[in-house]
Write a protein that binds this ligand. Structure first.
Ligand SMILES: C[S@@+](CC[C@H](N)C(=O)[O-])C[C@H]1O[C@@H](n2cnc3c(N)ncnc32)[C@H](O)[C@@H]1O
Ligand code: SF4
Length: 340
């Protein structure tokens, strides 16, 4: 039906215009059309035109480390060797990068992620830097070190703590993450003591939240904790990168489309946002704002291998302080911190 679809960036608010096709059916978008030229660190980048508020267009991902206390079998971080990066260098680079994006007019939001970002030793200092930019800020965390860091977190402007939970049944969540899940009492304590909002985020997979009804049970279980919910599909990695993650993700991936079809029947569409290789859609479901995201990494890899290198979809500050406009830091814009 969408064979001729050329929309690789679209924002759809009207349910009658909702696109059912997954991104694998979209043609590759390697065109520079619809992009504006900006300069970052004196280098050209081509970014989408957007409006202030286009969270994902003008977003900086700060990946502060790649160490973690958990062992999720679908996550590349669980296989990383433990490398101690230079955190002072990271802080200096973070400030430079935020300034560059701000001055180029392409900074709306940022997220702090990892590894487990609450294991980053200089979180207080990093948040002092982000405060200066008054950004929409989220932190992705497995939740285990929130209580210990609550005073640090509350000293700063943090909009959301996105806490990852992959099942409301403790034994299932434990089996996935390899750590004891936060109990409702612990989460209630966080909710009462944290100044920002809590999003419960879940990767849907077999043996966890794997059906629409189980998703509703999950939401019901966390209803007094979560301000909103976010569900995403398992992303696979190439066998050459990790055989075990490749195997786990292939064996545990669910039929996400069929869940979205039930969401379509029962929910009110807030927005469906399509950006090249991923779809991000927000629904009002049972009174909760609920976001679903799914991506096609093959499309991204293929596009990145053939398109103009200046095309930039996202900006990432990697744990070794390399700033890049690709998750593959050897692709696209690559800026290495230089001592002044
Ligand atoms: C890499 S983690 C880092 C932050 C933190 N440790 C956490 O788990 O929230 C960020 C998010 O990516 C998700 N994630 C990791 N590997 C994934 C995969 N293969 N597919 C989909 N989501 C994945 C995690 O579940 C988590 O919600
Ligand atoms: S908690 Fe986050 S970083 Fe840690 S292994 Fe799980 S997904 Fe990866």
């Amino acid at each position: 039906m969408f064979n001729n679809l050329q929309i690789m960036y679209a924002i759809i608010n009207d349910k009658s215009k909702y696109l059912f096709e997954p991104p694998e059916y979209y043609p590759l978008n390697i065109s520079t059309e619809g992009r504006q030229l900006k300069q970052l660190f004196g280098k050209d980048v081509l970014v989408r035109y957007g409006n202030v508020g286009d969270e994902w267009l003008w977003h900086l991902h700060m990946k502060v480390n790649d160490v973690c206390n958990a062992k999720c079998p679908f996550c590349i971080e669980s296989e990383n060797p433990i490398i101690k990066y230079d955190e002072d260098k990271y802080l200096k680079m973070a400030e430079k990068v935020l300034n560059e994006q701000y001055n180029a007019g392409i900074l709306f939001s940022t997220s702090i992620t990892g590894g487990e970002p609450l294991l980053f030793g200089k979180l207080d200092e990093l948040l002092t830097i982000t405060d200066k930019f008054n950004l929409f800020l989220t932190i992705n965390t497995n939740g285990h070190y929130i209580k210990k860091n609550i005073n640090v977190l509350n000293r700063h402007k943090i909009d959301f703590l996105n806490i990852s939970m992959h099942s409301h049944i403790p034994s299932e969540n434990n089996a996935v993450m390899g750590i004891k899940p936060l109990s409702i009492d612990e989460l209630s304590w966080i909710k009462s003591n944290f100044n920002g909002l809590i999003r419960i985020q879940c990767v849907m997979m077999k043996g966890g939240v794997d059906t629409y009804d189980k998703m509703l049970e999950f939401m019901n279980y966390y209803k007094d904790i979560a301000y909103d919910f976010s569900f995403r599909n398992l992303i696979g990695v190439n066998e050459s990168i990790s055989e075990s993650i490749n195997k786990f993700t292939n064996e545990h991936r669910i039929d996400f489309r069929s869940i979205l079809d039930e969401v379509y029947q029962n929910g009110e569409l807030v927005v469906q946002e399509i950006q090249d290789y991923y779809i991000y859609e927000t629904w009002n479901l049972n009174g909760f704002s609920t976001t679903f995201s799914y991506s096609n990494m093959d499309i991204l890899l293929k596009s990145e291998s053939i398109e103009d290198v200046h095309i930039s979809r996202e900006f990432i500050l990697h744990p070794d302080s390399v700033y890049s406009s690709s998750w593959d830091k050897n692709n696209k814009l690559k800026i290495i911190y230089k001592q002044p």
